[in-house]
Design a binder for this molecule. Structure first.
Ligand SMILES: Cc1cc2nc3c(=O)[nH]c(=O)nc-3n(C[C@H](O)[C@H](O)[C@H](O)COP(=O)(O)O)c2cc1C
Length: 340
């Protein structure tokens, strides 16, 4: 099924990624701020769940926040840890020099003799604008995830809503070459941001995407790395609860994002403190206390605009199956409407 679970730093580990793949979608482990050994553990867990012995290719992907790679002395080791496990795909987002890492992956594949198209590591780049999408095409990436302003977690604060951004990008992409094999590879296009339901999948396919990416809904599974308190807060959150702000990163000290990027999360005490003009050192202190005590009121809990559409914790397999069945029902109902 054309359903991908997002690379979510701090939230999607090996269990979530592997169970999405096992259920018929495709899952990503997210990395951002952790070290190589943590990633190796998550990859090993995914191998166990997927019953894929090493060195067979591993049918999940690993996501990297490029700006954190740019600051990480262990960056090459981190990316290589994923490539050595023969993950099927690498996900790149939010950095000033994505191309360096596209080249790194391609070169690493070539050096170890992986040249056949069906064997090489697929490269996904997530974009927020036409300009970024055109750059991704120039870099000859395999997959582009078009992320609208509705998305949970980070993205450009000025991104368009997905229903506008996707057709705008599709219209701007070069037409597929008529030659065979095509001289300009056309990337697979995924849509991301505020998607929860099978009818979302159907509508995005009708708009021209090849599949969808879901992040927030998969946070509400026993398999995500969020705490039980964060999952309960997400389940209880009303539709007005998600907000875009840089205040979340300001209190965490994760402030190296490219210009214009902020994050969408649950509106809580972090936002209230900022609105009330509380001094940043005091806001950081309150955040630190909340993390220590596990109090979600001042923890960072990323959540997309569709948070009001999800209200319970479910197993990964149930979500994937539900979305599949809803998509089929939605297509059937839509076809009937067209016949009228
Ligand atoms: C908790 C969380 C962490 C995220 N971390 C990353 C990340 O590490 N890299 C990335 O490219 N996108 C990240 N995102 C954004 C996702 O890739 C995706 O665009 C988004 O989840 C889609 O919107 P949705 O959450 O409304 O489904 C994250 C999103 C969430 C909710």
């Amino acid at each position: 099924m054309p359903l991908v679970s997002a690379a979510m730093a701090g939230a999607s580990g090996g269990e979530l990624a592997a169970r999405v793949t096992k259920a018929g979608g495709f899952g990503f482990i997210g990395t951002g701020y952790e070290d190589v050994s943590k990633l190796r553990n998550e990859l090993a867990l995914a191998r166990t769940i997927l019953k894929t012995p090493s060195p067979s290719p591993l049918k999940i992907g690993v996501g990297f926040l490029v700006w954190t790679l740019e600051k990480n002395p262990q960056a090459m080791e981190l990316v290589t840890a994923a490539l050595d496990e023969r993950v099927k795909a690498v996900w790149l987002f939010a950095g000033n020099d994505l191309y360096r890492w596209v080249e790194f992956v391609r070169k690493y594949d070539a050096e170890r003799g992986i040249l056949a198209d069906e064997e090489r590591t697929l490269i996904l780049v997530q974009v927020n604008s036409v300009e970024e999408a055109l750059k991704a095409v120039e870099m000859k990436v395999d997959v582009i995830s078009v992320q609208g302003i509705e998305a949970g977690g980070h993205g450009h604060s000025q991104a368009l809503p997905l229903l506008t951004l996707l057709p705008t990008i599709l219209r701007a992409l070069p037409a597929p070459s008529p030659s065979f094999p095509p001289s300009t590879p056309t990337p697979v296009i995924l849509a991301a941001g505020g998607l929860t339901h099978g009818s979302h999948l159907v509508s995005l396919l009708a708009l021209g995407a090849h599949g969808i990416v879901i992040g927030t809904r998969f946070l509400l599974t026993p398999s995500s790395l969020y705490t039980p308190a964060q999952k309960s807060a997400l389940a209880a959150a009303p539709s007005s609860a998600s907000v875009r702000s840089f205040a979340f990163d300001a209190v965490r000290g994760t402030t190296g994002w490219p210009e214009g990027v902020d994050g969408r999360g649950l509106k809580n005490g972090i936002i209230k403190d900022e609105e009330e003009g509380v001094d940043i050192e005091e806001r950081k202190r309150r955040y630190g206390e909340s993390v220590k005590s596990g109090d979600v009121e001042r923890m960072v809990t990323w959540a997309g605009a569709s948070i009001g559409l999800v209200d319970r914790v479910e197993e990964v397999e149930d979500i994937v199956n539900e979305i599949h069945d809803e998509a089929v029902r939605s297509l059937q109902a839509t076809a009937k409407l067209l016949e009228q």
